[in-house]
Write a protein of this length. Sequence first.
Length: 337
Amino acid sequence: MLVVFDSPSSATRAAERLRDDGVVVHLFADGQPAVLAVVAHGPGSEALRALDGVVEVREPGPFLSTLSAGAPLVVDVAGVAFGGAALPVIAGPCSVDDEGRVEHIAHAVRDAGAALLRAGVTKVRTHPYGWNGPGKDALRPLRDIGRTAGLPVVSEVLGESDVDAFAESVDLLQVGARNMQNIPLLRRLGRTRRPVLLKRGFGCTVDELLGAADHVLSAGNPSVILCERGIRSFEHGVRFSLDLSALALLKTRTRLPVVVDPSHAAGDARLVAALAKGAVAAGADGLLVEVHDDPARARSDREQALTLDAFRGLMTDVARVAAAVGRTLHPPLPERP
Ligand code: PEP
Ligand code: MN
């Protein structure tokens, strides 16, 4: 049961009283509103409602990610705002195959209007025999490539023990779909000051995604960006099915920014632009797109990687869709001859 109070002091007083009675409580008294989560074998909702200063009593479930008061939350990633009127596009290769190549791609996507550079250094793969990425030693070179290109960097962190190394080098810590419910990892990310990009598990509900976000938020990190990247359906013509209804639903349930990854949903470069345009029309706060200068040579996810030319085309089209729904791209698209 979750109990919302009118002030941190009434929440603290109630927590003391309940603890004296042997009730296990979890207190979030430094936020607004002040929240008391009664974790185990607490009194019933009527008794809780009778406590001094109670505003609301709720059933358990995602709470911090679903607080409804106030305007949409803006998450700042090294100066790039997610959740405002302008939409950042994150672009880059699936993995760091070769540093020179990533540098070339970084400059090209920056020139096309991307706001962040993505690239994996440690990859989770469905089968153990594929390319696992160059490893953590590539983090600093990746950061330097981003700096030279003027782009903050996002990369996927696989486990708790890697969080410090990643937080030192990257601007946005990505949690992959297969790790969305890795609770120790989420809690550990809650104790860093770096923003987190939380991808939805392809077999997970919206409520479970919000619950995962709460694990990061309740551990103390307020900067979470959600990402819809397609779910498993009966349709085999696409890698996953992009769930734009989840995007629309999330917009009614959370103030956290929601970005969409059309690349991993489609699994096919020919479909990516259509899904990207649909996502922006439906209210996405940004996009994550896989781009490679020579997709046939990409060491992972080559079928879905856009060529640099295709990415430039996508940016032009997406900017038009954004304008049609009262938004823009961040940064503004450079003048094209
Ligand atoms: C990725 O972004 O490269 C990736 C592995 O994505 P997902 O976790 O969504 O499959
Ligand atoms: Mn990928």
